[in-house]
Design a protein around this ligand. Structure first.
Ligand code: APR
Length: 172
C-alpha cells in the first residue's frame, strides 16, 4: 500500500472513495462535511438519513465508519467517520486512530483501490495537526489494508501539507 500526500480539495479527488470528517448525526456540517454534501448533492444526505433510520438510530459513534454514495462527486463512495474532539485532559488518540483503521476496513469491504483522507479532527475539532499527522500515518501503516492500494492524504493548505510530509518522512 502506497501513502501519497496531496495539497488540495478532497471533493475534487479522482479516487474510489473519499473519507468525510463527519459528526455523529451524519446530517452534515461545515468544513469537509459541508463541502462533501454541498458538492455531492442530496443523494448523500438521503442515504445518511436512511442509516440514521436503521443501523445508526443513535448516530455514528466516534471512531466508527460507514459508507454512502458519493452522489455527484468524482469518487464512487463517501466513507463517513466521526473524529474525536481534541481534549487536553483526556487522551483520545485511540479514537482518532480508529477513524483511519475503521475507514480502511470499510474501504477493503467495498473492494476499492484508492482512498482519500482529510486531516480528520484538525479543523473544528481542534486537534493539533502535528499530533494528528503522526496518529494518522501510524494508523494507516498498522492497518495494512488487504485491498486498498493507495491512501491519499488531502491537505487543505501548505502548512498542513508540510506537517504531514515531515511526519511521513519520520515514520516512513
Ligand atoms: N478538502 C480537504 N480538506 C479540507 C476541506 C476540503 N474541502 N475543507 C476543510 N478541510 C480540512 C480542514 O482545514 C482541517 O484541516 O479538513 C480538516 C478537518 O477539518 P473539519 O472539516 O473542520 O473536520 P473536523 O475537525 O474533524 O471537525 C468535524 O466539523 O464540519 C463539521 O460536521 C463536522 O461536526 C463535524 C466537525
Amino acid at each position: 500500500m502506497k501513502i501519497v500526500l496531496v495539497e488540495g480539495d478532497i471533493t475534487e479527488q479522482r479516487v474510489d472513495a473519499i473519507v468525510n470528517a463527519a459528526n455523529s448525526s451524519l446530517m452534515g456540517g461545515g468544513g469537509v462535511d459541508g463541502a462533501i454534501h454541498r458538492r455531492g448533492g442530496p443523494e448523500i444526505l438521503e442515504e445518511c438519513r436512511a442509516l440514521r433510520a436503521s443501523r445508526y438510530g443513535r448516530g455514528l459513534p466516534t471512531g466508527q465508519a460507514v459508507a454512502t454514495t458519493a452522489g455527484r462527486l468524482p469518487a464512487r463512495w463517501v466513507i463517513h467517520t466521526v473524529g474525536p474532539v481534541y481534549s487536553r485532559s483526556e487522551d483520545r488518540s485511540h479514537l482518532l486512530a480508529s477513524c483511519y483503521r475503521e475507514s480502511l476496513v470499510v474501504a477493503d469491504a467495498l473492494g476499492v483501490g484508492t482512498v482519500a483522507f482529510p486531516a480528520i479532527s484538525t479543523g473544528i475539532y481542534r486537534w493539533p495537526v502535528e499530533d494528528a499527522a503522526r496518529i494518522a500515518i501510524t494508523a494507516v501503516r498498522r492497518a495494512a489494508p488487504a485491498v486498498v492500494e493507495e491512501v491519499r492524504f488531502v491537505l487543505f493548505n501548505t502548512a498542513a501539507y508540510a506537517v504531514f510530509d515531515s511526519a511521513l518522512r519520520d515514520i516512513g
